[in-house]
Write a protein that binds this ligand. Structure first.
Ligand code: GLN
Length: 490
């Protein structure tokens, strides 16, 4: 492999070559950094590039690889991290003016785990401010562009991570998902994205948006890589009381191209009336493929409470956000507007100038929903809807190994198209957010194109069924070639 093409490798390919000492981590890291320099002007996926640290760590990884008997699967391999995950010594902004100069004094647990494997952290990716959005246009810095069509959005909020993986600016990335922020951008950029079961991956060091919904997960070039990253980041953490002490399986064990006999359901409520025709057609073809591969398909599944999920989410997530974001007061850390005559004015002005419009909208929605007199009508009711949605999924999983849906109702939309209409933006998450409400896992895999614009299929499972989801995704991937296509960049 020519050294200037190394950035195109997957994790498992790079690992093999590193293990056989046919490439070095330094060459691989340099190739990725060069790729970033070449195309960042067009894609704008990154907020921070930690070039010096990355090169130093790559050299260290090379000396480890030279002497080690067995090397860890992520050793010496470069990664980009969504800028909502705390990285010790590397700026973590949440793409907000509020944290523009915040350098965390500690690592998130997932970062410790990646570093324990000697992964190479090359930088941080752009996102919607505090992960609120579906297009990465709510970044306080700049919007990210979709590598498949630079006039279009990469999805969000992990749009920087997904665009970077699709454009080979990294070998893999981490994202976070509160209502679809890993899966929707993965679908929009034709890469693989997994939202793990709530509690599977530690949230320690993930800047909180909506704590009962947030999860960190992998964004990768293929399903095998997704399993490898899950192996590295999953597991119990005493510093996150919501993480679950279940043993972590080897997620690569079930990667067999065989889904014979698995029962897969298609919930009707996800095939919305106003879904784009090409998305529906690609999705139906993907389900036919699963059938060809031996799965039993039930097209008639019904989850009637799905229609309340969007409304419930936009009460629950803003409510939690309004509480979580109270910490940005201009005193403890981050941006502080000092041009004020007293402490109340400092807080007011800090929040007025430090937060963007979408974040303020969420804080206002959440504060209203939680206020005395409205609490029962909004927050409490949304919690009841949440229980019903969860129950409905539980019942479906008594019969089915997995449910499949399109990841989003449309292909990537144009930059600016939904920016002035928050409701249209929110509607793009209609297929992904019920999964967060129920706390269950789901993966998005490349499932076709319409006019060269990517379409994703979402596979949903019961709690801790990531292995089954990866198995179905792997079988589908092996039988199709969507994941091998590259965006028409350079
Ligand atoms: N787009 C959804 C929102 O704006 C989900 C975001 C996310 O998953 N972080 O809330």
């Amino acid at each position: 492999m020519p050294t200037d093409k190394l950035h195109q490798l997957t994790i498992h390919e790079a690992h093999m070559l590193l293990k056989q000492r046919r490439i070095s981590s330094l060459d691989l890291t340099k190739s990725v950094l060069k790729r970033i320099v070449e195309i960042e002007e067009k894609v704008q996926a990154c907020v921070t590039i930690a070039e010096d640290v990355a090169l130093k760590e790559a050299e260290k990884a090379d000396s480890y690889i030279k002497t080690a008997h067995e090397i860890t699967p992520l050793a010496g391999i470069p990664t980009l991290i969504k800028d909502v995950i705390c990285t010790k010594g590397i700026r973590t902004t949440c793409s907000s003016k509020m944290l523009e100069n915040f350098i965390p004094p500690y690592d998130a647990t997932v970062m410790e785990k990646l570093k324990a494997q000697r992964a190479i952290i090359i930088g941080k990716t752009n996102m919607d401010e505090f992960a609120m959005g579906s297009s990465t246009e709510h970044s306080a810095f700049f919007p990210t562009h979709n590598p498949w069509d630079l006039r279009r959005v990469p999805g969000g909020s992990s749009g920087g991570s997904a665009a970077a993986v699709a454009a080979d600016e990294t070998i893999y990335a981490l994202g976070s998902d509160t209502g679809g922020s890993i899966r929707q951008p993965a679908g929009f950029c034709s890469v693989v994205g997994l939202k793990p079961t709530y509690g599977r991956v530690s949230r320690f060091g993930l800047v909180a948006f909506a704590s009962s919904l947030d999860q960190i997960g992998p964004i990768t070039k293929d399903v095998t890589d997704c399993a490898l990253v899950m192996n590295a980041i999953a597991g119990h953490d005493s510093r996150d009381s919501t993480s679950v002490p279940h043993p972590v399986p080897d997620y690569t064990q079930q990667l067999i191209p065989d889904i014979k006999g698995l029962r897969i359901g298609v919930p009707q409520e996800y095939l919305l009336e106003d879904m784009q025709d090409e998305v529906k057609a690609a999705f139906e073809a993907a389900v036919d493929k699963l059938h060809e591969l031996g799965a039993e398909i039930d097209w008639g599944v019904s989850l009637p409470h799905t229609k309340y999920a969007l409304a419930a989410y936009y009460i629950l997530a803003p409510s939690e956000a309004s509480a979580n974001l109270a910490r940005y007061d201009g005193v403890k850390y981050g941006f502080s507007e000092r041009d004020a005559s007293n402490v109340i004015e400092t807080t007011e002005r800090t929040r007025q100038f430090g937060f963007g419009a979408e974040v303020k909208r969420r804080i206002m929605l959440g504060t209203y929903a939680l206020s005395a007199g409205y609490y029962d009508a909004y927050y409490l009711k949304a919690q009841k809807v949440r229980a019903l949605i969860k129950q409905e999924f539980d019942q479906a999983f008594e019969k089915y190994s997995a449910l499949v849906t399109p990841t989003s109702p449309t292909v990537p939309f144009k930059l600016g198209e939904k920016l002035e209409d928050p409701m249209q933006m929110y509607l793009n998450d209609v297929c992904t957010l019920p999964v967060n409400i129920a706390g269950i896992p789901a993966i998005s895999v490349p499932a076709g194109f319409a006019d060269n614009l990517p379409i994703g299929m979402q596979i949903i499972g019961k709690p801790f069924s990531e292995e089954t989801l990866l198995r179905i995704a792997f079988a589908y991937e092996q039988a199709t070639d969507w994941h091998n296509r590259k965006p028409p960049l350079l």
